[in-house]
Design a protein around this ligand. Structure first.
Ligand code: FMN
Length: 320
């Protein structure tokens, strides 16, 4: 079974070193390992052309993006892997944009619920099924790398890395918040940090091939959310709060200076990376279609007239 290590950082710099440390440990734990650095890859952003959905709907076995750039190299490597460890630099408080470009093209086009539903239709019609690699359960681990001295300037690093987890229903077994690189100088000067990276590699490698419900490994601080272990909460003015990463609700209570949030088992089971969570979103999209399409049909003659002002924006503004 293979663990893929991906570095979105500079060649031979901090992300490379830390993810390679995780891979050494994964190899020692018995996994096959592979490393890729993406910095020279050209991965453009999703243009929402819907080509990938059409591949799925017209019966193709593989789902492709029509953009001819290097996205496919990384896509193939992820599909072949059983475990994936990503190390990526924080730029402007969140993860470097190339990572998000990849996630936008890789995640939604491989949405597990949409692909399972498509396969049901194909099985009934006796048509070729989708590539089996889309349905493989995978384990992931994340390393967020930042120069800032405190967590303050890396706050969205680990939460953004978790965006890779959902659509494919992967399970994250740990994360390392490697900030303070500006003072550390080099990760190799920090034995404790390197040990955390190695532990992450071991955790991913030793989870491979096991059903998700048999793995409760977690490498890293507990955090607030019991699923992604991040520290973020969305607050709506009541004591019902939400983990914005996993989309699950909890009950917040305050005792003096101590704040606790209790997430029920039922909520944990509907996190975005679970079958229930991914189907909630799939059904939401199906419901949108049933509401939206009749509205568009009913307004098919009036909408183009309503749109004229917006299409001719420059002319309209200049005459105002
Ligand atoms: C454009 C840019 C923005 C950055 N923004 C942040 C930031 O907001 N917070 C932070 O902690 N580090 C920031 N950094 C520092 C990088 O995260 C740090 O240099 C990291 O080690 C880069 O990863 P690498 O060594 O693997 O290439 C920034 C670096 C660059 C080039």
């Amino acid at each position: 079974m293979k663990v893929l290590g991906i570095s979105f950082g500079r060649i031979d710099q901090r992300s490379d070193v830390m993810v390679k440390e995780a891979l050494f440990a994964a190899k020692a734990a018995g996994a096959e390992v592979e490393f890729i650095n993406t910095i020279r890859l050209n991965i453009g952003h999703c243009r929402a052309c819907d080509y990938c959905s059409r591949c799925r709907d017209k019966g193709d076995v593989e789902i492709h993006c029509c953009m001819k750039d290097d996205y496919h190299i990384l896509e193939e490597k992820c599909l072949d892997a059983d475990g994936i460890i990503i190390a990526a630099p924080v730029y402007a408080v969140g993860i470097v944009g190339q990572f998000k470009n990849f996630v936008d093209r890789f995640g939604p086009s491989h949405d597990r619920a949409a692909l399972l539903e498509e396969n049901k239709k194909r099985a009934e019609a006796g048509k070729p099924l989708l590539d089996e690699r889309y349905f493989k359960d995978r384990y992931v681990g994340y390393i967020s790398v930042g120069g800032a001295q405190t967590h303050n300037w890396v706050a969205l690093g680990l939460p953004m890395l978790d965006l890779f987890t959902f659509s494919f229903c992967m399970k994250c077994v740990g994360h390392v918040d490697a900030y303070d690189q500006g003072r550390t100088g080099h990760p190799l000067f920090d034995k404790e940090l390197m040990r955390k990276c190695a532990d992450l590699g071991t955790a991913v490698a030793t989870s491979l091939g096991k059903p998700y419900d048999e793995v409760d490994t977690w490498i890293g601080p507990d955090g607030v959310c019991p699923v992604c272990h991040n520290q973020l909460l969305s607050i709506n003015g009541t004591t019902t709060v939400e983990c914005p990463i996993c989309g699950i609700f909890g009950k917040l209570s305050v005792d003096g200076d101590k704040v606790t949030v209790d997430f029920s088992e039922e909520e944990k089971n509907r996190a975005r990376n679970t079958n229930i969570g991914i189907y909630e979103h799939y059904n939401e999209i199906q419901n949108m279609i049933t509401v939206c399409v009749p509205k568009l049909i009913a307004n098919k003659d009036t909408l183009p007239k309503m749109m004229e002002k917006y299409k001719n924006f420059d002319e309209v503004v200049n005459n105002m």
